[in-house]
Design a binder for this molecule. Structure first.
Ligand code: ADP
Ligand code: MG
Length: 540
């Protein structure tokens, strides 16, 4: 107020919440999101069925997918959704865990705020705790050699445990290990080299790893060969079609002979293009654009197999796999541009696809997912993504940690000890962090129908005795067991990233003490339009 006049700094209609109210409001929203995914954690977690505004359904157990599909409105809730996405992109797994942990860190922070501990202190305490937690994880990690396929297989199995896949889990885990090992070179595995296709029909067990590239298109003409061994491959990204003029041109023709001459000229052009391919020695043509009937006819006459409208990404993949170069101007075409591989059309269910196998570059791999229906193949695709990512993580880093709540409990115990050394109020934040970590084994136990508090107490006891940090909850039997020998193992990178992204998000939310929401002009307009109409209504 200035001499009785209020000073306005925000536009009329903006909403503003400040201080503790803003913070509490954000924390509540974030916790709500975390609670929504808690029941899906672990192999015995439940699935969710999501229906979008168009009526499409998704059945999933994948934290990132759930949060992606549900349309959250609250800004703090959105931040939590972002953690899941970031986690998924960075390391490919651990999304649910990171969201639950972020929610739990905020829940404990709220209690500390009640005890008059300033958010800034909580943030710095959480930062210290995360740093230590990442160190502790490294201390208990298991080193893995790239040749240890059996271990990699276990890592893939653990990631797939929590996916709805029935009996296909072992099969998928083998495929994931084989696929990533094929593209692993100089300590790196670029998952872009692996293409994943979904085909409906048959069952998940029929999912196939193809040593090459699979193109989701069919051979164009019935008279073209369906299989070419040791094909000479041409990749072209110009259309094999009579050119349509870019602007509307009228050609005035007086003589009927001119019509046929005109058409003849067009035909000649196509014939020249095909001849050029033929002369260079091409026996299989992949075209990014269209191939019209006449061109198909000419190609078929020469016994050349052709596939049209191939996706750009597939063209690039084919180029890498077969050593062909993509050609943009047909006049330049010569045999230098050709690649080589075996090409054949394969019928899968009702659809046909083209397999390009035995490529000169062994780093070309494709996974063809089979499944009874769209929902099954889509969930399987997410499962494959997780499995490929975890195998890559372990291959690239060479480290894994036990799962089943073992690392969370171990780090939690070590953090409690560490907190005692930290003077001042940050100590409480580090303790809160340690407590929050227990929420992961608790959720695993709860989702398996076990008593969470008792199970965690048993787990702590088991780890303390003999300092066996690999002890965790085997959720299928409900027993406390050595996770390393049970084969429940996860990439070190996933767990470290879980701690990092969960605490970063919690810290970000804790730093906010002011929320200003601009007036929604669109909504306002609609409301106004609505109210204007009312007076026009005829009186009853
Ligand atoms: P996220 O999205 O965080 O990866 P998941 O639903 O995939 O969540 O569950 C992962 C958790 O399940 C990890 O903590 C992992 O150790 C645990 N897990 C997987 N298999 C087993 C098992 N057989 N016994 C106990 N825990 C398991
Ligand atoms: Mg997982």
């Amino acid at each position: 107020m200035l001499a009785g006049q209020p000073v306005l700094i925000l536009k009329e209609g903006s909403e503003r919440t400040t201080g503790k109210d803003a913070l509490r409001n954000n924390i509540t929203a974030a916790i709500a999101v975390a609670e929504a995914v808690q029941s899906t954690l672990g192999p015995r977690g439940m699935d969710k069925l999501l229906v979008d505004s168009m009526g499409d359904i998704v059945i999933t157990n994948d934290g990132a997918t759930i949060l992606d599909e549900i349309d959250v409105e609250h800004p703090a809730a959105k931040m939590l959704v972002q953690v899941a996405k970031a986690q998924d992109q960075e390391v490919g797994d651990g999304t649910t865990t990171s969201v639950i942990l972020a929610g739990e860190l905020l829940r404990r922070a709220e209690k500390l705020i009640d005890q008059k501990i300033h958010p800034t202190l909580i943030v710095s305490g959480y930062k210290k705790a995360t740093e230590k937690a990442i160190e502790f994880l490294k201390e208990i990690s298991i080193s893995v050699k790239p040749e240890d396929d059996e271990f990699l297989y276990r890592v893939a199995r653990t990631a797939l445990n929590s996916k709805a896949m029935g009996n296909a889990r072992n099969h998928f885990a083998r495929i994931a290990v084989d696929a990533v090992k094929r593209i692993f070179e100089n300590g790196k595995a670029d998952l872009d080299d692996i293409s994943v296709l979904k085909m409906q029909g048959k069952s998940l067990e029929e999912t196939d790893l193809v040593n090459g590239v699979v193109i989701d298109k069919e051979v164009l003409h019935p008279r073209m060969p369906r299989e070419v061994k040791n094909a000479k491959i041409a990749l072209i990204n110009f259309p094999l079609e009579v050119k349509k003029t870019e602007f509307d041109a009228k050609i005035r023709i007086n003589d009927p002979m001119q019509v046929s001459a005109f058409i003849e000229a067009e035909h000649d052009m196509l014939r020249d293009m095909v001849n050029k391919l033929k002369e260079a020695g091409a026996t299989a043509v992949f075209c990014q654009k269209g191939v019209d009937d006449l061109a198909q006819h000419f190609l078929a006459i020469h016994g050349i197999m052709a596939i049209r409208r191939v996706k750009k990404s597939d063209m690039e993949r084919l180029a890498r796999a077969t050593n062909a170069r993509i050609i943009t101007n047909w006049r330049d075409f010569n045999s230098d541009y050709l690649g080589s591989a075996d090409v054949r059309e394969v019928k899968i269910g009702d659809e046909k696809v083209v397999y390009v196998e035995n490529c000169p570059n062994p780093k070309a791999v494709s996974i063809v997912i089979r499944g009874a229906n769209k929902y099954v193949t889509e969930e399987a695709e997410r499962a494959v993504h997780d499995a490929l990512c975890v195998v890559r993580d372990v291959l690239e880093d060479g480290y894994a940690v036990p799962g089943g709540g073992a690392p969370e409990i171990c780090v939690s115990r070590k953090l409690r000890k560490y907190a005692e050394e930290v003077a001042g109020r940050e100590q409480f934040a580090i303790e809160a962090y340690a407590e929050a970590l227990e929420s992961i084994p608790k959720a695993l136990a709860h989702n398996s129908g076990l008593d969470p508090i008792r199970t965690v107490a048993d787990l702590i006891a088991a780890q303390t005795k003999n300092h066996k940090y690999t002890m965790g909850i085997e959720v299928f039997t409900g027993e406390i067991k050595d996770m390393a020998s049970e084969g429940v193992v996860e990439p070190l990178r996933v767990k470290q990233q879980v701690f990092k992204s969960a605490s970063e998000t919690a810290e970000m939310i804790l730093r906010i003490d002011d929320v200003i929401v601009a007036k929604d002009l669109e909504k306002e307009k609609k409301a106004e339009e609505g109210s204007e109409k009312t007076p026009e209504m005829p009186p009853m």
